[in-house]
Structure formats: structure tokens, C-alpha cells
Design a protein around this ligand. Structure first.
Ligand code: ATP
Ligand code: MG
Length: 350
């Protein structure tokens, strides 16, 4: 009944737009959208949304926990924590993937009473240095020589290459993310050199594999320090310096001042070995960063831009080496300038 006459509908139809014009219009729109998105994509590093504030000292929160719990004590560790399988073995600790209230946790047990001093020192450091740079402490029992920490399924940095080579992690195996890891590492050294417990030196790091084994890779691809069993104090004003161990060190991974300075004529003697300062950590940074940068597209470009700062880290004179903060600032500048360059290039291609 209320059907409109055919000729009226035909008369109202707009003039047809040629498909080529429509296609061109769609392409222009898509380019504009891409261009706008690029800013967001390149300018802001991934930020976990609404990261909650950290717990006060003596408390922890991991995973999906909404509130802070007090560190677990002996009784709770004995009755509520169930070891499942061994995931790590070191000179001081044997580490077990364990279960606590249906959560995965890491239970470390002292390997031998001879190294109890190192174990307790490490525990003291863990307790006092809780921060985003250090693995989260969940509890401890000195009587049983046990420490409970957050479990990181990707394990130590020794597994980094293997992990990033898995096809499911290809999207993070980029120079950007790898440089970010190097920044995490230098950030940890910077934190230790300016820690609430004074200037601390990462001593248990006399070769690359050992150094890598002291840090864990988190599931969101950042780095936390885990093994703090050898963090002696340096205090320049009271002329307090350190020696990493009592044995002779060799090779060029350790700083030159850590080598026996008197040649073969005089056999090594710990008492005669001069002490040194935090700049031994700076000497190692280029080697660790280079490992973290790996060999993906863009790694060498980053290495090239870090050449000067890394050369300064390798100065034979410790005092001439930069501070961790200076290195971190340089890394950040390089990351930002290379990101900008990539963004400009991509825009020009559009
Ligand atoms: N929280 C954790 N999550 C996952 N793996 C861990 C965790 N803690 C330790 N591990 C694994 O256990 C290994 C040994 O741990 P750790 O370095 O603390 O032991 P250690 O005996 O103090 O070592 P060292 O021989 O350097 O003194 C680590 O390299 C890592 O592979
Ligand atoms: Mg270790």
C-alpha cells in the first residue's frame, strides 16, 4: 500500500562513484591511519597497564595477588610449600620449582654448611634490596636454610638465546627489545651501585656464563637480579674496597685490576693482591650487553652506536670508566634516536 513508485526510487539514487576512486580513497584512509598509529607504536615503550604500587618491606605480592602478604616464615615454608622438581643448581643453592597455594614458586636450599655465610649474606641482600630490579622474596627460614622467591619459568639469562629463538617469541626477538634488556641489566648495576645498602659490587661474575646465571628473565622479557650472595661494599670516602674471592683470576672478562699484578716471578698470594672498586662491574658491561643484543637485524647498528661508550668502559684506568648511570643515559639516547630514525624511514615509505 505504501510502496513508493519505482520511478521515484530510481530518481533519488546518487550518481555512481567509479570503483577506482573508491579504492584510492580507501588506500589514502589506510595510510593516514597507519601514519597516526606509528606515533603510538614507536614513541611509547610497552607499559604494563595500571601497575600496582609495591608492597612495604616484609611483604610481597606476585602474579594475580590483589593484596600484599607477609613473608612466609619457617612453619609456613615447611607445611605449605611442596617442592616439585629441581630447576637450578649452584655452588650455594639448589633451586626447586615448588608449589605454594596452587602457585609456582622457587624454593632455594643451601647446598653445604661451608657456604652458609654466602647464603645468609644473599638472603640479607634480598631482604634489603627488594625493588623492581631484584627477584621478589616470598619468605625464608634461616633455621632450615631455605629461601622462597618468585618463580620465573624462562629461567636465567643463560637461556636467553634459546628462548628468543622459539617461534612463539619471534615478535620480541628484535633489536629494540634486546637493547631494552641491556638497559635493564645496566639499570640493575646502577641500582646496586647506588643501593639503600651503599655501593654494592656484583662479585660473583668472573666469566660470562656465571654472570648470566645470576639474573633471571621474567615472562614479560625484563631482567631481575637473583643471586645476591656476593655483593661486597665499596666506600670511596672510607677507602673500603673489595676483592672478589681469594683465588687468582685470569682472562679478559674480568677487569685488568682484578688480575695478579706481579707477574710470574712472584706466585699469587691473596694478601698481596690489591683491592678494587665498583668499576669492575663497568668493565664487564660491553660483554654482557653484546651478548644481550645478540645477532638479529639491527643488533650491529646498535653496537655501532654504543661503540664509544663501550670503549670508555674498557679503559684500563678504572676511574676513567663511566658510571652505570652515564651508560644508561647513553643507551636511552641511542634507543630513542634509532626509534625516531626507524619511524621517519617508515613514514617516508608510506
Ligand atoms: N626464582 C627462580 N626462578 C627460576 N629459576 C631460578 C630461580 N632462582 C634460581 N633459578 C635457577 O637456579 C640457578 C641457580 O640459582 P642461584 O644462582 O641463586 O644459585 P647459587 O648456588 O647461588 O649460584 P652460584 O653458583 O652462582 O653461587 C639459576 O641460574 C637459575 O637457572
Ligand atoms: Mg648463581
Amino acid at each position: 500500500m505504501d510502496k513508493k513508485p519505482q520511478e521515484h526510487r530510481q530518481g533519488a539514487r546518487p550518481r555512481e562513484v567509479p570503483p577506482v576512486v573508491l579504492l584510492l580513497l580507501a588506500m589514502v584512509l589506510m595510510n593516514a591511519l597507519l601514519y597516526l598509529c606509528l606515533d603510538q607504536f614507536f614513541a611509547s615503550p610497552p607499559q604494563p597497564p595500571g601497575q600496582p604500587s609495591r608492597c612495604p618491606s616484609g611483604y610481597f605480592r606476585v602474579g594475580q595477588m590483589t593484596s600484599c602478604s607477609p613473608w612466609l616464615a619457617c612453619e609456613e615454608l615447611r607445611t605449605q610449600v611442596r617442592p616439585l622438581k629441581r630447576v637450578g643448581d649452584g655452588a650455594v643453592k639448589r633451586v626447586f620449582l615448588s608449589e605454594w597455594k596452587e602457585r609456582k614458586v622457587a624454593l632455594s636450599r643451601l647446598t653445604s654448611l661451608e657456604v652458609r655465610g654466602d647464603f645468609l649474606h644473599g638472603l640479607q641482600m634480598l631482604k634489603s634490596l627488594q625493588s623492581p630490579h631484584v627477584v621478589t622474596l616470598l619468605g625464608y627460614c634461616e633455621e632450615d636454610n631455605t629461601i622462597l622467591t618468585e618463580y620465573h619459568p624462562l629461567g636465567s639469562l643463560s637461556n636467553l638465546e634459546e628462548t628468543l629463538n622459539l617461534s612463539k617469541y619471534q615478535h620480541v626477538n628484535t633489536w629494540q627489545r634486546r637493547l631494552q634488556l641491556a638497559m635493564d641489566y645496566v639499570g640493575i648495576i646502577n641500582y646496586l651501585h647506588n643501593s639503600p645498602l651503599g655501593m654494592r659490587v656484583m662479585c660473583d661474575a668472573n666469566d660470562l656464563p656465571k654472570t648470566l646465571s645470576q639474573y633471571l628473565l621474567t615472562s614479560n622479557f625484563s631482567i631481575v637480579a637473583n643471586d645476591l650472595d656476593a655483593l661486597p661494599l665499596v666506600n670511596h670516602s672510607s677507602r673500603t674496597f673489595v676483592k672478589c674471592g681469594h683465588r687468582e683470576l685470569r682472562g679478559d672478562f674480568v677487569a685488568p685490576e682484578q688480575l695478579w699484578p706481579y707477574g710470574d716471578d712472584l706466585p699469587f698470594h691473596d694478601d698481596l693482591m690489591p683491592a678494587y672498586d665498583e668499576k669492575i662491574d663497568i668493565w664487564r658491561i660491553p660483554d654482557v650487553s653484546s651478548f644481550l643484543l645478540g645477532h638479529v637485524e639491527g643488533s650491529d647498528m646498535v653496537r655501532f652506536h654504543l661503540f664509544d661508550i663501550h670503549k670508555a668502559c674498557k679503559s684500563k684506568t678504572p676511574a676513567e670508566r663511566p658510571t652505570a648511570q652515564e651508560i644508561l643515559d647513553t643507551y636511552r639516547k641511542v634507543l630513542n634516536s634509532l626509534r625516531d630514525a626507524v619511524m621517519t624511514q617508515t613514514r617516508e615509505m608510506l
